[in-house]
Unconditional design. Sequence first.
Length: 259
Amino acid sequence: MSRPRWAGPLESVALLTVVRVPAAGTTSTRGVLPWAPLVGLALGAAAAGTGVLGAHLVSPLAGAVAALAVLAWLTRALHLDGLADTADGLGPLRGRERALQVMHQGDVGPFGVVTLVLGLLLQAAAGAALLAADGGWLALWTAVVVARLAMARTGLPGVRTAEGSSLGRAVAGTVSMPWLAGWVVLVLAGTAAAGWAAGGPQAAATLTGSAAAGLLGAEVVRVRATARLGGVTGDVMGAMGEAAATVVLLVAAACASVL
């Protein structure tokens, strides 16, 4: 039986969010990574909107925390869990087999806890600085989209999958290079246009530079995970997304005065 026309986007929404979709639209996982950036656009809008509202009603810090809370709820904290598990696997000096075993366990170790707490603190602090600046909410939106774009990169042909990763095997090779390149162009062009409209050329350069830095940060995580684990897993994908979002926010916050 052929897949429904909108199966790809529905598959991505079903796995990456709490939104329930018709069962007929989730026949496989082939559409999860190709359409992840589109899901990021919707999630980013929700997070940025919540942040702006919270900043207006309470304070920029409250807005940033509320944005992170809404994002965690909308995604079932799936990527945060991946970040914690990946930190537990990559942190201590242990062999590949043992690292993968630790990542598959349900509990979170000290490396995972510390990484998760510090990551959220950095995101909240950077988000507060951005919400206090004119147009800073655009960086929050950008961070969420770039995180999903970084995850989509793991679906390119030739990307190694760690042994025992069912999700990694299911989505391997589902993203073509032209498709990913198209998303990269759309995201960078969109951030540049939004930044220009909000604050001129400096703001456009800040947003696009932050997005590029976020993708680079995620790539560092992928390379490290591949060297240590033999390839990517579902947890590594989540960790890449969180790393990308954190870098985007930090770089943008450092340049918040031009937004």
